[in-house]
Design a protein around this ligand. Structure first.
Ligand SMILES: Nc1nc2c(ncn2[C@@H]2O[C@H](COP(=O)(O)OP(=O)(O)OP(=O)(O)O)[C@@H](O)[C@H]2O)c(=O)[nH]1
Ligand SMILES: [Zn+2]
Length: 354
């Protein structure tokens, strides 16, 4: 692993020294799972290092520590303080790992996250973190095969606004042609604070721009299946050669080639998390009345609404609806807002909450 993502703490014996040569004592006190156990950690579990989670499958995790990777499990199977989420760890998480004298490696704690990118897992009714400790989210889309779905990107943007994470929208497969309607919708993303880039993993156009964007940066690539997340990644990091999927002829969409999120080290600094294609993206739980804050274009209008508690879907004197009428807010953005509002209301009713 590059980028100094792993530092050894409480280094005591030769085994740990051999496993991880970088030595730096760090304070683990604010780490989830550590509170109350610090004495135990420092006195008895001396061979503890700090590492980065690369991926996890069925409670088994691959972690990166300097230039090595290790397979490990969570000590006691549960990390204190992480019970309310779909999984305790995500790619990008910083973890404290313990090496015992037999060479076994166990995760004992998780570092506090600076940022996280999460979706709502409707089946398990919990937030599911796709990547942690990010600098930027990169949403990849395509004009065709699969078709452009701007309302999907809106949901990614709302999530980034919630987390205060910058979003870059990349339209891959630009070699297939980009319609005026798509250009117009991309402009809205630009106007609402996102960086927008068109590229083609197939003919290499603008791949150097994507490369510059992710250099020395911690990022996650998200998008529907088949838009070319892995293809862009392969183009940006030559020699990577991750498996690329086929577009199914029957459904004109991807075939979910990437099965779980994986953190990939960037030799030029930083890392990228490649994630599985997402079919439906549900937003994590927020106060219904806060949704407008996460649509910058709607938010700019809302202070002129007649009612302070306006939800902008039926109220008289609604400045947001007026702006949609005038064409100052893109009608499809408003549609997106209404659909999210609906799904959040349905979720609240389902949970039996007021
Ligand atoms: N025309 C064109 N096709 C592309 C481009 N990039 C990728 N593809 C094709 O799109 C298909 C899907 O590519 P992947 O990279 O596997 O897409 P993905 O988004 O990673 O898919 P999942 O892993 O299923 O989420 C493959 O057949 C690629 O060859 C491009 O720039 N132009
Ligand atoms: Zn309103």
């Amino acid at each position: 692993m590059g980028g100094g993502c792993a530092n050894l703490v409480f280094l005591e014996d030769d085994l740990a020294r051999a496993l991880c040569p970088v030595v730096r004592i760090v304070d683990l006190r604010n780490w989830v799972g550590v509170q109350g156990d610090l004495d135990l950690l420092s006195k008895d579990n001396l061979n503890t290092a700090r590492a980065t989670v690369l991926y996890g499958i069925n409670n088994r995790y691959k972690i990166g520590l300097d230039n090595q990777t290790f397979e490990c499990v969570i000590k006691g199977k549960v990390l204190k303080g992480t019970g309310k989420s779909y999984a305790p760890l995500a790619p990008g998480d910083q973890v404290g790992v313990h090496f015992d004298s037999s060479g076994a490696v166990q995760i004992v704690s998780r570092g506090e996250r600076n940022t996280e990118f999460s979706r709502w897992n409707n089946k398990r009714k919990r937030p599911q973190t796709m990547a942690a400790n990010l600098d930027v989210v990169v949403c990849i889309a395509s004009p065709e095969s699969p078709p452009f779905r701007p309302r999907f990107i809106d949901r990614i943007q709302v999530t980034c606004e919630i987390e205060k994470l910058p979003l870059v929208v990349i339209l891959n497969k630009a070699d297939l042609g980009v319609s005026r309607t798509i250009e117009e919708r991309l402009r809205v993303f630009q106007q609402t604070g996102c960086q927008v880039l068109k590229c083609s993993a197939r003919n290499g156009s603008n791949i150097n721009k994507v490369r510059r964007l992710v250099r020395k940066t911690r990022s996650v690539f998200v998008g529907q299946s088949g838009v070319g997340k892995t293809s862009v990644l392969n183009a940006v990091l030559p020699g990577l050669n991750r498996k690329v999927g086929e577009i199914s002829n029957k459904y004109n969409r991807g075939t979910h080639t990437t099965r779980h999120g994986v953190l990939i080290d960037n030799p030029e600094g930083g890392w990228i998390v490649d994630t599985p294609g997402i079919r439906e993206f549900e937003i994590v739980e927020i106060e219904l009345s806060d949704l407008t804050f996460f649509f910058p274009d709607l938010c700019a209008m809302k202070d002129d609404c007649l009612l302070t508690k306006c939800t902008h879907d039926h109220e008289p004197g609604c400045a947001v609806m007026d702006a949609v009428q005038r064409g100052d807010i893109h009608v499809d953005r408003y549609e997106s807002y209404l659909r999210i509002l609906d799904s959040m209301r349905a979720r609240t009713e389902h949970n039996g909450q007021p």
